[in-house]
Design a protein around this ligand. Structure first.
Ligand code: A3D
Length: 320
């Protein structure tokens, strides 16, 4: 059987980390694409030389030519610019929208059968725009944010409860921004919901509220520390878990920015919701019952996504 092909559009911090993870896990041969000449080729050569040390045979190549992504099974898009301190994700909109146009056309012409995972910010608008520009079916394009945001929430909960991260299942809905909705009721430690753990005296509502707030601002906290860019290890690991779910037809239910057609009262937008990923891409959107507060918070987050989409349409009148 031919090896799978993983194309990474954007060979920056996340792209390079994705390439390393994909090669290490032997998900397939890896093609790193970037407009910057030399960067994808240099990273690919460096990563190829990890092969003998780490014992992987995956071929890693770098390119500036979209033709080289032809036949890719999975494409992960990180092309664009990341945040600098003081910038919101939305400040990136104008620049990254133009990048999505180029990437969308590159995918349409060269790899229209791929499963595409978008990471470029502002995520919920960029995944929508990438779908518009590429013309791919909605089930074959998804945004990565929820896995990362939930991982951040899970990390902080594990620290708070003093337990293994393996036993924490945390859950974040909504857009990837400060209005995201960490859902405390559906977050558990070995199946025990966080509100029950509070009743058991393992934490307090105040501490959990602080963790929810820290999760919402989790990306900004890292931008503030790094000063020259944004998080990349956990974003890359998160997207790889989504790629694995697709390639292995794992039917995993992961929080991701999926296209909604009526679920959660939303039509035609990409919003962070639990969705099943298998060999057909996004196979199902899972609609969970939410209490009034979570519903209100989700509606605020959806309102922010709608504003971003309108801003995209304002920049490019051909959209939508
Ligand atoms: P960075 O290290 O700057 O890499 C971006 C790469 O994109 C650079 O190598 C650029 O040369 C390349 N690039 C720019 N324009 C184009 C183009 N037109 N075609 C192809 N390549 C291009 O950034 P990064 O890897 O740290 O972050 C990438 C994106 O992910 C940014 O938009 C971040 O804001 C976003 N991000 C999203 C999350 C989510 O959870 C959604 C988390 C972290 C970062």
């Amino acid at each position: 059987m031919a090896r799978k092909k993983i194309a990474l559009i954007g060979a920056g911090n996340i792209g390079g980390t994705l390439a390393h993870l994909a090669a290490q896990k032997e998900l397939g041969d890896v093609v790193l694409f970037d407009i910057a000449e030399g960067i994808p080729q240099g990273k690919a050569l460096d990563l190829s030389q990890c092969g003998p040390v780490q014992g992987f045979d995956a071929k890693v190549t770098g390119t500036n030519d979209y033709a080289d992504i032809a036949g890719a099974d999975v494409i992960i898009v990180t092309a664009g610019v990341p945040r600098k301190p003081g910038m919101s994700r939305d400040d990136l909109l104008g620049i990254n929208l133009k990048v999505m146009q180029q990437v969308g056309e590159g995918i349409k012409q060269n790899a229209p059968d791929a499963f595409v995972i978008c990471i470029t910010n502002p995520l919920d608008a960029m995944v929508w725009a990438l779908r518009e520009y590429s013309g791919l079916p909605h089930n074959k394009i998804v945004g990565m944010a929820g896995v990362l945001d939930s991982a951040r929430f899970a990390t902080f909960l594990a620290w708070e409860f003093g337990v293994s991260v393996r036993d924490v299942n945390a859950f974040v809905l909504g857009g990837h921004g400060d209005t995201m909705v960490p859902v405390v009721e559906y977050s558990t430690v070995s199946g025990i919901p966080v509100p029950d753990l509070i009743k058991m005296g393992k934490s307090t509502q105040e501490k959990i509220d602080q963790i929810v707030d820290r999760t919402r601002k989790g990306g900004g906290e890292i931008v503030g520390l790094l000063k020259t860019g944004s998080a990349f290890y956990a974003p890359a690991a998160s997207a790889i878990s989504m790629a694995e779910a697709y390639l292995g037809d794992q039917k995993r239910i992961l929080p991701c920015a999926a296209h909604l057609t009526g679920e959660y009262g939303v039509d035609g937008l990409y919003v962070g919701v639990p969705a099943m990923i298998g060999a057909n891409g996004i196979e199902e959107v899972v609609e969970i019952a939410l209490d009034d507060t979570a519903k209100d918070n989700l509606n605020v987050s959806i309102g922010t996504i709608k504003e971003l989409i309108e801003a995209c349409k304002g920049i490019d009148s051909n959209l939508g």
